[in-house]
Design a protein around this ligand. Sequence first.
Ligand code: GRF
Length: 217
Amino acid sequence: MSDLVRHQFPQRVIGVLISGRGSNLQSIIDAIDGGRLQARVAIVISNRSGAQGLERARQAGVETLVLSHRDFASRDEYDARLARELKARGVELVCLAGFMRLVGPGLLEAFPNAILNIHPSLLPAFPGLDAQRQALEHGVKIAGATVHLVTSELDGGPIVVQGVVPVLESDTAASLAERILAEEHRLYPEAIQRVLAGDWVLEGRRFLLTSVRRAGV
Ligand code: GRF
């Protein structure tokens, strides 16, 4: 797979999909407010009506929408509706932030190489649920977080950035998850800023900055 297409995000409009707490959403909102991320969140969509992140979005004056997958006959119909709502608001980049749903072809095709996810492990280690506990129980000494482009493979797309978090002997799954989360909050806005700059290409699975390639580094 070689994708030398430049990815353009001229309006820097993002949409965030959540299912729960929304602390990563908050870090995105805070980074925008703090001038560390040049973007506008056009909409936050949750598949759960009780998601705490919805309140965070409202507090920030961001439009919210609840779309429960249970109200749709199929994943395709659900994804088509998500794509329609996002497109209707001019969204160029979709950011999954604790969105507990697999993304199907309907959404992937509407946003080619323009869906990001954050995962609390150093992928490809420990994909799927409860990644921090998986890492602790495996006995790794280094854990972390990964922001990657979303493909049809769960937690499997090209890696944009990773952040490292040491595992301490005193760690529990909860204490490790807390330190990884702090790293996620630093990492996700940085990754979004990098992707929106559009100055990158994919070579196979590799996410490469074109400025670096031009310089021949
Ligand atoms: C984070 O750990 C993220 O990496 C994972 O789900 C969690 C979401 O947390 N995908 P929050 O809803 O952003 O607080």
